[in-house]
Design a protein around this ligand. Structure first.
Ligand SMILES: [Zn+2]
Length: 462
């Protein structure tokens, strides 16, 4: 009896201490939710960034001002180890655009250059247009079938809560220039990748392939893509005059802004929370990604006021996300020897819609811990999600390198109405939705930074 007692009692004490810590963590997370829902900080940060810095194209003086803005704010808010990690990138300038339909239907169409596109020759391109109803139709077109033509890549985009419509519609913008050029096209006009029916064209990055000539690429607004489709139905040999003065520049500076809350017990275990500072140049980037910057910064600040976490929380405000995750790649290159220190990555970069689902990219054995976190966030409407999380655009570079990730998925139902358009402005953000995001992140970061045992990557399956 005594021997049994001496064995069982320490075990019971250990288990009850673990349970007590879990209960305490849950209580603290709920307190942080209450505080964050009352806080105006994320809104104040978003208003300040979008008003005082405005549009902040990667590699420009405006993006530099955004870094300076971030350093000042993070310093004022009392973070540790604030610094900028510089890198260089290839610059790009948008220039002017004109898309004019030729006779007998002469009229202008609303369009915008795709990011990183080259310009047309001086004086523009005057050429017939070949319409493809969707991207697979272009891929099915024969080699040389577009010689001397402008390819018009029409299509649709499905409105979805999880943003999956973007993955389906995106290829016409991402690789349409390369695919059209491979078939002989001299320019490409894509229907905007967006869900609105307005006359605002959506910009966004395009890319070229080394095995095909680089050709100018632009997006038509969805309404004017419909207009062009009707005009081509009336006159298939219709010509369009397309002029664009975009330019690829040389090396220009960009950088990632870093700030930390040093952990009390495990300072070398890092919870990396990201967002990106750059935006496209046609809007102040309130949703993409001013909201993310505001959400993660405010959540971390609410934690510093609340107490010191056991693990270190590292904020990374990435530069040059829009032009191909350039800040993320620079971060990986600079920190590749210390990736094992990073215990979790998460990024807020999908606007300001409410967080509704928690996806995980962690070892199966750690799923019960993630379930406990999700159970606390359920109060804010967060459901259990998929097991395929990469953490978000920039930090996907780190999760692909083997770091555990959790994605706090935001409601994207309306996101692609204004994504990459001039309408990505402060008034489109709902303060209550922004506060919900801040509350989710404050509670989530606190629990991740204090939970017993931490997390392993999905590769450590059992
Ligand atoms: Zn973004």
């Amino acid at each position: 009896m005594i021997r049994l007692f001496s064995f069982v009692l320490p075990l019971v004490l250990i288990l009850s201490a673990t349970n007590a810590k879990a209960d305490q963590l849950e209580k603290q997370a709920n307190e942080l939710i209450d505080i964050a829902l009352q806080s105006k900080l994320s809104w104040q940060l978003l208003e300040s960034l979008t008003t005082e810095v405005g549009p902040r194209l990667a590699g420009t003086e405006a993006e530099k001002r955004a870094r300076d803005w971030a350093v000042i704010k993070l310093t004022d808010l009392g973070f540790n180890n604030i610094h900028v990690e510089d890198f260089t990138m290839t610059g790009w300038e948008r220039g002017m655009i004109s898309v004019q339909v030729g006779a007998p239907y002469s009229q202008p169409l609303t369009a915008i250059a795709l990011g990183k596109s080259i310009g047309t020759p001086v004086g523009g391109i005057n050429a017939p247009v070949v319409r493809f109803a969707d991207f697979p139709a272009l891929l099915a077109a024969e080699e040389s079938s577009l010689i001397g033509k402008i390819a018009f890549l029409d299509g649709t985009m499905t409105r979805t809560q999880d943003g999956s419509g973007y993955g389906l519609a995106g290829p016409r913008r991402w690789t349409g220039a390369a695919e059209a050029s491979r078939r002989g096209a001299i320019a490409v006009l894509v229907r905007s990748v967006g869900t609105d029916t307005g006359r605002n064209p959506h910009t966004g990055g395009t890319s070229y392939s080394d095995d095909a000539p680089h050709i100018p690429a632009a997006a038509l607004s969805s309404t004017d893509a419909d207009q062009l489709a009707r005009l081509l139905a009336l006159k298939p040999e219709l010509q369009v005059h397309f002029t664009q003065t975009s330019r690829i520049l040389g090396d220009v500076p960009s950088g990632n802004v870093i700030a930390e809350i040093t952990g009390s017990k495990y300072p070398d275990e890092i919870i990396l929370i990201g967002a990106h500072l750059d935006s496209w140049d046609n809007s102040p980037g309130a949703q993409d990604d001013g909201s993310g910057v505001a959400i993660v910064t405010a959540a971390a600040k609410i934690i510093t006021d609340y107490g010191q976490p056991e693990r270190t929380i590292r904020l990374v405000l990435f530069g040059a996300e829009e032009q191909g995750l350039l800040g993320a790649r620079a971060y990986l290159a600079a920190h590749k020897d210390n990736l094992s220190q990073i215990m979790m990555v998460s990024e807020s970069d999908f606007g300001a819609g409410r967080v509704w689902r928690m996806d995980t990219g962690i070892a199966k054995a750690d799923e019960p811990k993630a379930d406990r976190i999700q159970a606390v966030l359920a109060r804010l409407g967060v459901t259990k999600g998929l097991r395929t999380a990469n953490g978000g655009p920039d930090v996907s570079v780190l999760s692909a390198a083997g770091v555990p990730a959790i994605s706090l998925k935001q409601d994207g139902w309306n996101y692609f109405d204004i994504h990459h358009t001039p309408n990505d402005t402060l008034d489109k953000v709902d303060p209550a939705d922004l506060a919900q995001n801040t509350a989710v992140y404050a509670a989530y970061i606190w629990m991740i930074a204090n939970i017993e045992g931490g997390f392993q990557p999905p590769s450590k399956q059992n």
